[in-house]
Design a protein. Structure first.
Length: 266
């Protein structure tokens, strides 16, 4: 897997318009093999959207296509325009396995990178920019680790650092790829609390998620994926026994309740 370059900056946009994210007929092929086929759904502003599905369903591929990080066919509209036009209002927290944790960089420097989208290349970060980075570290409970090397941290701490970097960007739209994988309970509580606060502020969250027992707690809407869209919409409509069995097949066990608790991978 290609490592995510934590030093990559993003492009500024002109204006934000009040509009949903629209994905239409999106398909991705790798060396002639289909990864995603005819994906269509909408993401409504101010909502928390979970992208769920079995292993190999194409969840990370879909996220990367929406972020213009991989080639695709079809159309993706962000804030009524292209992703390239609105990148500074779009924050991305990559999957931990996609990051080179041996790269020699301090926690505070990683978080400050989130401010680069608002600063011309020929200028240094201002005192205000640096204070915003300090505040993001306090929000995520990582202020005592700011001078540590990123590779010295636990999985949960690393995830909180990248969330702090996203927070300091002051984005409107947050993409998170498996933010709860491989982290401790304390980090999960902190991260879920921050994501809930962002939603209360009217931010839009698109989150790849694997723990199906938490989807009703975390999300307003779901996209259920298995190389194509099995179902999308409100959680209560998508999170049904019928839809889960369609997506997970024999690998899903469904227990009790009107919609049921689904345990995948059995």
């Amino acid at each position: 897997m290609t490592n995510f370059n934590i030093y990559k900056s993003v492009i500024k946009e002109e204006n934000i318009v009040e509009e949903t994210i629209s994905v239409r007929d999106l398909s991705v092929h790798y060396s002639g093999t289909r990864a995603l086929s005819n994906i269509s759904f909408d993401v409504h502003k101010g909502k928390s959207i979970g992208i769920i599905g079995p292993n190999g369903a194409g969840k990370s591929t879909l996220l990367k296509a929406m972020l213009q990080m991989t080639k695709y066919e079809g159309e993706v509209s962000i804030f009524g325009g292209s992703m390239d036009a609105y990148r500074s209002r779009t924050a991305y927290v990559p999957q931990r396995s996609a990051v080179d944790w041996d790269f020699p960089v301090r926690v505070i420097d990683v978080v400050r990178m989130g401010r680069f989208v608002h600063v011309p290349w020929y200028k240094k970060l201002s005192a205000s920019d640096k204070e915003k980075a300090e505040y993001a570290l306090r929000q995520t409970g990582m202020e005592d680790f700011k001078h540590r090397q990123i590779g010295e941290l636990s999985g949960g701490q690393q995830q909180r650092v990248f969330l702090a970097r996203a927070l300091v960007q002051e984005a409107e739209l947050f993409f998170l790829d498996e933010p709860f994988v491989g982290i401790d309970a304390a980090s999960e509580e902190i991260i879920s609390g921050i994501l809930n606060e962002l939603k209360q502020q009217g931010k839009t969250l698109v989150v790849i998620h694997h723990d199906l027992s938490k989807v009703q707690e975390y999300f307003d809407e779901l996209v259920l994926l298995n190389q194509t869209v099995v179902a999308s919409g409100n959680v209560e409509d998508v999170f049904s026994q019928e839809n889960m069995k369609k997506a997970y097949g024999g690998s899903a066990a469904v227990f009790g309740g009107e919609n049921g608790l689904v345990v995948a991978g059995r």
